[in-house]
Design a protein around this ligand. Structure first.
Ligand code: SF4
Ligand code: SF4
Length: 370
Protein backbone atom coordinates (compact mmCIF):
# COMPACT_ATOMS: atom_id res chain seq x y z
CA UNK A 1 0.00 0.00 0.00
CA UNK A 2 1.50 3.33 -1.00
CA UNK A 3 0.55 6.87 -2.01
CA UNK A 4 1.59 9.03 -4.96
CA UNK A 5 2.11 12.77 -4.50
CA UNK A 6 2.07 15.14 -7.46
CA UNK A 7 4.55 17.67 -6.07
CA UNK A 8 5.04 19.82 -9.16
CA UNK A 9 3.71 20.29 -12.67
CA UNK A 10 6.89 22.01 -13.78
CA UNK A 11 9.47 20.26 -15.93
CA UNK A 12 12.73 21.23 -17.61
CA UNK A 13 12.24 19.03 -20.68
CA UNK A 14 8.74 19.23 -22.14
CA UNK A 15 8.70 15.77 -23.77
CA UNK A 16 6.13 15.71 -26.57
CA UNK A 17 4.05 12.87 -25.06
CA UNK A 18 3.86 14.22 -21.48
CA UNK A 19 0.72 15.21 -19.54
CA UNK A 20 2.47 17.36 -16.89
CA UNK A 21 1.02 20.64 -18.14
CA UNK A 22 -2.52 19.64 -17.15
CA UNK A 23 -3.95 21.44 -14.13
CA UNK A 24 -3.61 24.93 -12.69
CA UNK A 25 -1.38 25.28 -9.64
CA UNK A 26 2.22 24.26 -10.31
CA UNK A 27 3.76 23.17 -6.98
CA UNK A 28 2.58 21.45 -3.80
CA UNK A 29 3.53 23.47 -0.72
CA UNK A 30 5.81 21.87 1.89
CA UNK A 31 3.07 22.35 4.51
CA UNK A 32 0.56 20.33 2.47
CA UNK A 33 3.17 17.63 1.72
CA UNK A 34 4.07 17.24 5.40
CA UNK A 35 0.42 17.24 6.40
CA UNK A 36 -0.22 14.38 3.94
CA UNK A 37 2.76 12.42 5.28
CA UNK A 38 1.47 12.76 8.87
CA UNK A 39 -2.00 11.77 7.75
CA UNK A 40 -0.68 8.71 5.84
CA UNK A 41 1.44 7.64 8.81
CA UNK A 42 -1.61 7.73 11.04
CA UNK A 43 -3.37 5.20 8.77
CA UNK A 44 -0.27 3.03 8.35
CA UNK A 45 0.68 3.98 4.78
CA UNK A 46 4.48 4.02 4.94
CA UNK A 47 5.67 4.82 1.41
CA UNK A 48 5.17 7.82 -0.89
CA UNK A 49 6.12 8.13 -4.53
CA UNK A 50 6.92 11.68 -5.68
CA UNK A 51 5.68 12.50 -9.17
CA UNK A 52 5.81 15.50 -11.48
CA UNK A 53 6.42 17.21 -13.81
CA UNK A 54 10.01 16.76 -12.78
CA UNK A 55 9.99 16.35 -8.96
CA UNK A 56 13.69 17.25 -8.61
CA UNK A 57 12.62 20.83 -9.52
CA UNK A 58 10.38 20.92 -6.44
CA UNK A 59 12.24 23.33 -4.16
CA UNK A 60 11.35 21.77 -0.77
CA UNK A 61 12.49 18.27 -1.87
CA UNK A 62 15.45 17.94 0.53
CA UNK A 63 13.49 19.38 3.49
CA UNK A 64 10.68 16.97 2.69
CA UNK A 65 13.06 14.00 2.47
CA UNK A 66 14.68 14.93 5.79
CA UNK A 67 11.24 15.09 7.42
CA UNK A 68 10.22 11.71 5.97
CA UNK A 69 13.46 10.15 7.15
CA UNK A 70 12.79 11.49 10.66
CA UNK A 71 9.24 10.09 10.84
CA UNK A 72 9.95 6.77 9.10
CA UNK A 73 8.18 7.36 5.76
CA UNK A 74 9.86 5.77 2.72
CA UNK A 75 10.22 8.06 -0.29
CA UNK A 76 10.63 7.22 -3.93
CA UNK A 77 11.14 9.69 -6.78
CA UNK A 78 10.64 9.38 -10.53
CA UNK A 79 13.05 11.64 -12.40
CA UNK A 80 14.42 12.41 -15.87
CA UNK A 81 17.95 12.37 -14.30
CA UNK A 82 18.96 15.83 -15.48
CA UNK A 83 19.31 17.44 -12.02
CA UNK A 84 21.37 14.47 -10.86
CA UNK A 85 23.90 15.71 -13.42
CA UNK A 86 24.05 19.17 -11.83
CA UNK A 87 27.02 19.05 -9.42
CA UNK A 88 25.66 21.55 -6.85
CA UNK A 89 22.17 20.08 -6.79
CA UNK A 90 23.52 16.54 -6.51
CA UNK A 91 25.80 17.44 -3.56
CA UNK A 92 22.85 18.86 -1.68
CA UNK A 93 20.60 15.89 -2.62
CA UNK A 94 23.13 13.40 -1.25
CA UNK A 95 22.66 14.95 2.21
CA UNK A 96 18.89 14.20 2.16
CA UNK A 97 18.21 11.58 -0.53
CA UNK A 98 15.01 9.69 -1.32
CA UNK A 99 14.90 6.06 -0.22
CA UNK A 100 14.53 4.90 -3.83
CA UNK A 101 14.99 6.39 -7.29
CA UNK A 102 13.19 5.60 -10.52
CA UNK A 103 14.53 7.12 -13.70
CA UNK A 104 12.71 7.68 -16.99
CA UNK A 105 15.02 6.88 -19.89
CA UNK A 106 14.47 9.22 -22.81
CA UNK A 107 16.90 8.51 -25.63
CA UNK A 108 19.77 6.31 -26.81
CA UNK A 109 22.02 9.21 -27.82
CA UNK A 110 22.42 12.96 -28.10
CA UNK A 111 21.08 13.36 -31.66
CA UNK A 112 17.88 11.45 -30.91
CA UNK A 113 17.43 13.40 -27.69
CA UNK A 114 17.91 16.81 -29.29
CA UNK A 115 15.73 16.09 -32.32
CA UNK A 116 12.87 14.17 -30.75
CA UNK A 117 12.71 14.91 -27.02
CA UNK A 118 14.02 18.29 -25.98
CA UNK A 119 16.55 20.95 -26.86
CA UNK A 120 16.18 22.50 -23.40
CA UNK A 121 18.58 20.21 -21.51
CA UNK A 122 22.09 19.16 -22.40
CA UNK A 123 22.27 15.41 -23.06
CA UNK A 124 25.72 15.10 -21.43
CA UNK A 125 24.16 16.40 -18.17
CA UNK A 126 21.58 13.60 -18.36
CA UNK A 127 24.33 11.05 -18.96
CA UNK A 128 26.22 12.31 -15.90
CA UNK A 129 22.95 12.23 -13.95
CA UNK A 130 22.29 8.60 -14.91
CA UNK A 131 25.83 7.60 -13.85
CA UNK A 132 25.35 9.40 -10.51
CA UNK A 133 21.99 7.69 -9.92
CA UNK A 134 23.29 4.20 -10.70
CA UNK A 135 26.37 4.75 -8.50
CA UNK A 136 24.39 6.16 -5.58
CA UNK A 137 21.47 3.77 -5.75
CA UNK A 138 22.27 0.27 -6.99
CA UNK A 139 18.59 -0.67 -6.85
CA UNK A 140 17.49 2.30 -8.99
CA UNK A 141 14.71 1.32 -11.38
CA UNK A 142 14.98 2.46 -15.01
CA UNK A 143 11.70 3.00 -16.85
CA UNK A 144 11.55 2.81 -20.60
CA UNK A 145 8.47 3.71 -22.63
CA UNK A 146 7.66 1.91 -25.84
CA UNK A 147 5.14 3.76 -27.97
CA UNK A 148 6.19 7.31 -27.10
CA UNK A 149 7.87 7.94 -30.44
CA UNK A 150 10.72 5.38 -30.23
CA UNK A 151 10.69 2.46 -32.60
CA UNK A 152 11.61 -0.98 -31.29
CA UNK A 153 15.31 -0.70 -32.18
CA UNK A 154 15.57 2.71 -30.52
CA UNK A 155 14.02 1.20 -27.39
CA UNK A 156 16.66 -1.58 -27.43
CA UNK A 157 19.51 0.91 -28.01
CA UNK A 158 18.28 3.05 -25.10
CA UNK A 159 18.18 0.04 -22.80
CA UNK A 160 21.73 -0.95 -23.81
CA UNK A 161 22.91 2.65 -23.32
CA UNK A 162 21.52 2.63 -19.77
CA UNK A 163 22.94 -0.84 -19.08
CA UNK A 164 26.42 0.37 -20.07
CA UNK A 165 26.06 3.27 -17.61
CA UNK A 166 25.14 0.91 -14.75
CA UNK A 167 21.37 0.24 -14.99
CA UNK A 168 20.44 -3.25 -13.78
CA UNK A 169 16.69 -3.06 -13.11
CA UNK A 170 14.47 -2.23 -16.10
CA UNK A 171 10.71 -1.71 -16.47
CA UNK A 172 9.34 -1.59 -19.99
CA UNK A 173 6.01 0.18 -20.06
CA UNK A 174 3.59 1.90 -22.39
CA UNK A 175 2.31 5.46 -22.33
CA UNK A 176 -1.01 5.75 -20.57
CA UNK A 177 -3.48 8.42 -21.60
CA UNK A 178 -4.75 10.70 -18.86
CA UNK A 179 -8.25 11.63 -17.84
CA UNK A 180 -8.06 15.38 -18.24
CA UNK A 181 -9.96 18.31 -16.79
CA UNK A 182 -13.22 17.65 -18.66
CA UNK A 183 -13.23 13.93 -17.94
CA UNK A 184 -12.24 13.05 -21.51
CA UNK A 185 -9.24 10.88 -22.23
CA UNK A 186 -6.15 12.31 -23.91
CA UNK A 187 -4.84 10.61 -27.04
CA UNK A 188 -1.41 9.00 -26.77
CA UNK A 189 -0.25 6.01 -28.74
CA UNK A 190 -1.85 4.85 -31.96
CA UNK A 191 0.31 1.79 -32.65
CA UNK A 192 -1.94 -0.99 -33.98
CA UNK A 193 -2.17 -3.79 -31.44
CA UNK A 194 -0.67 -6.42 -33.79
CA UNK A 195 2.40 -4.30 -34.42
CA UNK A 196 2.72 -3.55 -30.72
CA UNK A 197 2.54 -7.23 -29.80
CA UNK A 198 5.24 -8.13 -32.37
CA UNK A 199 7.48 -5.30 -31.24
CA UNK A 200 7.17 -6.12 -27.55
CA UNK A 201 8.26 -9.71 -28.27
CA UNK A 202 11.20 -8.43 -30.32
CA UNK A 203 12.25 -5.99 -27.58
CA UNK A 204 11.84 -8.56 -24.81
CA UNK A 205 14.15 -11.05 -26.59
CA UNK A 206 16.87 -8.41 -26.74
CA UNK A 207 16.45 -7.09 -23.20
CA UNK A 208 16.33 -10.50 -21.59
CA UNK A 209 20.08 -11.27 -21.81
CA UNK A 210 20.90 -7.85 -20.31
CA UNK A 211 18.34 -7.55 -17.53
CA UNK A 212 16.35 -10.76 -17.36
CA UNK A 213 18.81 -13.29 -15.98
CA UNK A 214 18.65 -12.08 -12.39
CA UNK A 215 15.38 -12.27 -10.44
CA UNK A 216 13.06 -9.25 -10.59
CA UNK A 217 15.29 -7.11 -12.79
CA UNK A 218 13.08 -7.02 -15.88
CA UNK A 219 9.35 -6.28 -15.87
CA UNK A 220 6.88 -5.63 -18.65
CA UNK A 221 4.26 -3.02 -17.77
CA UNK A 222 0.61 -3.72 -17.18
CA UNK A 223 -1.03 -0.94 -19.15
CA UNK A 224 -2.09 -2.85 -22.22
CA UNK A 225 -5.76 -2.97 -23.10
CA UNK A 226 -5.79 -6.64 -24.00
CA UNK A 227 -3.22 -9.02 -22.59
CA UNK A 228 -5.15 -11.75 -24.42
CA UNK A 229 -3.96 -10.26 -27.72
CA UNK A 230 -0.48 -11.58 -27.01
CA UNK A 231 0.65 -15.09 -28.01
CA UNK A 232 -0.15 -17.50 -25.17
CA UNK A 233 3.40 -18.84 -25.23
CA UNK A 234 4.77 -15.34 -24.65
CA UNK A 235 2.45 -14.71 -21.71
CA UNK A 236 3.42 -18.07 -20.19
CA UNK A 237 7.13 -17.19 -20.53
CA UNK A 238 6.60 -13.86 -18.75
CA UNK A 239 4.53 -15.47 -16.01
CA UNK A 240 7.04 -18.30 -15.44
CA UNK A 241 9.93 -15.87 -15.26
CA UNK A 242 8.04 -13.38 -13.06
CA UNK A 243 8.45 -10.65 -15.67
CA UNK A 244 5.00 -9.10 -15.49
CA UNK A 245 4.59 -5.84 -13.66
CA UNK A 246 1.57 -5.45 -11.35
CA UNK A 247 -1.95 -5.32 -12.68
CA UNK A 248 -3.84 -2.05 -12.11
CA UNK A 249 -3.23 -0.86 -8.57
CA UNK A 250 -6.23 1.45 -8.69
CA UNK A 251 -8.61 -1.41 -9.42
CA UNK A 252 -6.98 -3.46 -6.67
CA UNK A 253 -7.25 -0.48 -4.31
CA UNK A 254 -3.59 -0.70 -3.37
CA UNK A 255 -2.66 2.93 -3.94
CA UNK A 256 -4.07 6.43 -3.74
CA UNK A 257 -2.83 9.62 -5.33
CA UNK A 258 -2.80 13.22 -4.11
CA UNK A 259 -2.94 16.16 -6.49
CA UNK A 260 -0.93 19.35 -5.99
CA UNK A 261 -3.57 20.82 -3.65
CA UNK A 262 -3.75 17.68 -1.49
CA UNK A 263 -7.02 16.31 -2.90
CA UNK A 264 -7.26 12.54 -3.44
CA UNK A 265 -7.47 10.93 -6.89
CA UNK A 266 -7.93 7.20 -7.57
CA UNK A 267 -4.87 7.13 -9.86
CA UNK A 268 -2.24 9.75 -10.85
CA UNK A 269 -3.41 9.54 -14.49
CA UNK A 270 -6.96 10.56 -13.50
CA UNK A 271 -5.81 14.11 -13.03
CA UNK A 272 -9.13 15.82 -12.27
CA UNK A 273 -11.11 12.92 -10.83
CA UNK A 274 -11.19 14.05 -7.22
CA UNK A 275 -12.70 11.50 -4.83
CA UNK A 276 -11.84 13.33 -1.59
CA UNK A 277 -11.31 17.08 -1.09
CA UNK A 278 -8.86 18.13 1.59
CA UNK A 279 -10.51 20.26 4.34
CA UNK A 280 -13.90 19.34 2.96
CA UNK A 281 -14.16 15.53 2.94
CA UNK A 282 -11.19 14.96 5.28
CA UNK A 283 -8.72 16.87 7.41
CA UNK A 284 -6.71 14.07 9.03
CA UNK A 285 -6.06 10.31 8.79
CA UNK A 286 -9.22 9.06 10.53
CA UNK A 287 -11.52 11.34 8.52
CA UNK A 288 -9.81 10.28 5.26
CA UNK A 289 -10.32 6.68 6.30
CA UNK A 290 -14.00 7.35 7.01
CA UNK A 291 -14.45 9.04 3.63
CA UNK A 292 -12.66 6.26 1.72
CA UNK A 293 -14.96 3.81 3.49
CA UNK A 294 -18.10 5.74 2.57
CA UNK A 295 -20.81 4.39 0.29
CA UNK A 296 -20.02 7.13 -2.24
CA UNK A 297 -16.34 6.13 -2.67
CA UNK A 298 -17.21 2.46 -2.62
CA UNK A 299 -19.59 3.05 -5.52
CA UNK A 300 -16.91 5.01 -7.45
CA UNK A 301 -14.50 2.06 -7.13
CA UNK A 302 -17.21 -0.41 -8.03
CA UNK A 303 -17.63 1.43 -11.34
CA UNK A 304 -13.90 2.04 -11.89
CA UNK A 305 -12.89 -1.56 -11.36
CA UNK A 306 -15.13 -3.01 -14.02
CA UNK A 307 -13.91 -5.31 -16.77
CA UNK A 308 -13.80 -4.54 -20.48
CA UNK A 309 -15.20 -7.98 -21.36
CA UNK A 310 -17.49 -10.50 -19.73
CA UNK A 311 -14.87 -13.21 -20.36
CA UNK A 312 -12.41 -11.45 -17.99
CA UNK A 313 -14.33 -12.87 -15.03
CA UNK A 314 -13.12 -16.40 -15.73
CA UNK A 315 -9.90 -15.61 -17.62
CA UNK A 316 -6.82 -17.58 -16.55
CA UNK A 317 -4.68 -14.41 -16.80
CA UNK A 318 -7.01 -12.33 -14.66
CA UNK A 319 -4.61 -11.94 -11.71
CA UNK A 320 -1.92 -10.50 -14.04
CA UNK A 321 -4.18 -8.43 -16.25
CA UNK A 322 -7.38 -7.71 -14.31
CA UNK A 323 -8.91 -6.45 -17.56
CA UNK A 324 -6.03 -4.03 -18.23
CA UNK A 325 -5.90 -0.28 -17.62
CA UNK A 326 -9.45 1.14 -17.67
CA UNK A 327 -8.19 4.44 -19.09
CA UNK A 328 -6.63 2.60 -22.04
CA UNK A 329 -9.59 0.40 -22.84
CA UNK A 330 -12.07 3.24 -22.45
CA UNK A 331 -10.03 5.27 -24.92
CA UNK A 332 -10.08 2.42 -27.39
CA UNK A 333 -13.85 1.99 -26.97
CA UNK A 334 -16.69 4.02 -28.40
CA UNK A 335 -16.73 7.77 -27.96
CA UNK A 336 -19.17 8.79 -25.27
CA UNK A 337 -20.67 12.15 -24.42
CA UNK A 338 -21.51 12.46 -20.76
CA UNK A 339 -22.36 15.66 -18.97
CA UNK A 340 -21.09 15.97 -15.41
CA UNK A 341 -17.96 16.47 -13.28
CA UNK A 342 -14.65 15.10 -14.71
CA UNK A 343 -14.98 12.05 -12.45
CA UNK A 344 -18.65 11.47 -13.37
CA UNK A 345 -17.86 11.87 -17.10
CA UNK A 346 -15.08 9.32 -16.90
CA UNK A 347 -17.20 6.86 -14.91
CA UNK A 348 -20.02 7.34 -17.38
CA UNK A 349 -17.62 6.49 -20.27
CA UNK A 350 -16.48 3.40 -18.40
CA UNK A 351 -20.09 2.35 -17.78
CA UNK A 352 -20.80 2.56 -21.50
CA UNK A 353 -17.55 0.99 -22.76
CA UNK A 354 -17.07 -1.77 -20.19
CA UNK A 355 -18.77 -5.07 -19.58
CA UNK A 356 -22.11 -4.77 -17.84
CA UNK A 357 -20.64 -6.73 -15.00
CA UNK A 358 -19.31 -4.43 -12.28
CA UNK A 359 -16.47 -5.72 -10.10
CA UNK A 360 -17.04 -5.68 -6.36
CA UNK A 361 -14.19 -3.50 -4.99
CA UNK A 362 -11.38 -5.19 -3.12
CA UNK A 363 -10.57 -3.97 0.40
CA UNK A 364 -8.33 -0.92 0.08
CA UNK A 365 -5.12 -2.26 1.63
CA UNK A 366 -5.59 -1.48 5.30
CA UNK A 367 -8.53 0.71 4.42
CA UNK A 368 -11.23 -1.97 4.18
CA UNK A 369 -14.82 -1.09 3.41
CA UNK A 370 -17.13 -1.61 6.36
S1 SF4 B 1 -8.45 -10.43 -18.01
FE1 SF4 B 1 -9.74 -9.82 -19.78
S2 SF4 B 1 -8.46 -8.39 -21.00
FE2 SF4 B 1 -7.10 -9.50 -19.57
S3 SF4 B 1 -6.30 -11.26 -20.72
FE3 SF4 B 1 -8.13 -11.94 -19.63
S4 SF4 B 1 -9.86 -11.66 -21.06
FE4 SF4 B 1 -8.12 -10.44 -21.84
S1 SF4 C 1 -5.95 3.07 -13.98
FE1 SF4 C 1 -4.67 1.41 -13.19
S2 SF4 C 1 -3.53 0.61 -14.93
FE2 SF4 C 1 -4.37 2.60 -15.54
S3 SF4 C 1 -2.70 4.06 -15.10
FE3 SF4 C 1 -4.04 4.00 -13.27
S4 SF4 C 1 -3.09 2.43 -11.92
FE4 SF4 C 1 -2.23 2.15 -13.99
Amino acid sequence: MFACLHVTRRCNMGCPYCYAGIGGQKDMTLDVAIRIVDLLKSINVLAVLLLGGEPTLWKPLMKFNAYCEKVGMMTSITTNASMFGDADWFESYKKAPCTMVGVSLKAPDEIYFRNKISALVNFSQIKTGLCNIYKLSRDAVSNLLYGAGMNRDEVCFTAKFAYDLGARDLRLSFPTPVVNSDGNISAVDKTPIKELVNDVGYIYDRLYPLFGLRPNMLKIGHRLPRLCSWPKEFIRTLVTRGHFDNACLTCKRESIAFDISGNVLPCPQMTSCVIAKIDNDFNDGPSLLRHLNSGYVKDVYRRLARYPYKRCETCEWNSYCNGGCPICWTKSGQSVNCDGSPLENFLCSLDKCGSTNIQEPQPFGLIAFR
